[in-house]
Design a protein around this ligand. Structure first.
Ligand SMILES: O=C(O)CCC(=O)C(=O)O
Ligand SMILES: [Mn+2]
Length: 209
């Protein structure tokens, strides 16, 4: 069973979504569609997109999307055995970071960019719970381009229904306290979908000893 998290009437200043034990806030129009078209164009042109390879059972498997990791020089980050060394902030990424920090009153020192070229690109069930993100990270997730479904399921309560939300162009999803601790999330493949989507997750990476 799957439930939509979105109420019919979503105010422009964001809506608190009811996820038991976790804080999730959705801003459907953080940026206008016109600005998004410009930002998407700049990001596709300026970011050094790459397709990384993960190892599963000793076999190399290409990540089903393109990625790029940017941040302050010390913000090294690893997931699924992949070590990401930060690239410099571009002027646009810095501007977006400033917008998010002033609106949300949070600090971010890094951003993971994902490019889902079409419905065959995806991200598998996971939570962003790496030690360098701290015990209960807050992650700001911005989307540009075609809307994609974002699913959440509880890590230890399989009887709790799955939740899903469409992340539209210009939307911001703030994954607050409890989300990474208690839930897994994914962007499933959607066959037949031809449009492209960029997603930027702004994070705060702590220096590890
Ligand atoms: O594309 C998205 O909305 C989510 C991406 C994500 O979960 C991640 O990069 O960790
Ligand atoms: Mn994630």
């Amino acid at each position: 069973m799957q439930y939509s998290l979105l109420a019919a009437d979503t105010g422009t200043d964001g809506e608190q979504l009811s996820l038991p034990g976790a804080e999730l806030r959705y801003y459907p129009a953080f940026y206008s569609h016109a600005l998004c078209a410009d930002y998407q164009h700049q990001l596709l042109r300026d970011i050094p997109w790459q397709q990384d390879t993960l190892s599963f059972a000793g076999k190399p498997v290409p990540v089903p999307r393109l990625q790029s990791w940017h941040g302050d020089s010390h913000s090294h980050y690893s997931y699924s055995g992949l070590k990401l060394v930060p690239q410099a902030w571009t002027p646009l990424l810095s501007r977006i970071r400033t917008d998010l920090q002033s609106r949300l009153h949070l600090s971010f020192n890094s951003v993971l960019l994902n490019w889902y070229r079409n419905g065959n690109d995806s991200v598998a069930w996971h939570s962003d719970d790496e030690p360098e993100l701290g015990p209960d990270p807050q992650i700001a997730s911005l989307s540009f381009g075609i809307a994609r479904r974002f699913d959440l399921k509880h890590r230890t309560l399989p009887q709790q229904p799955k939740f899903s939300i469409e992340l539209g162009d210009g939307s911001l999803l703030l994954m607050g306290p409890g989300v990474q601790q208690h839930y897994l999330h994914q962007i499933p493949k959607q066959s037949g979908l031809t449009g492209t989507r960029l997603n930027l997750t702004f994070r705060f990476v702590h220096a590890m000893a």
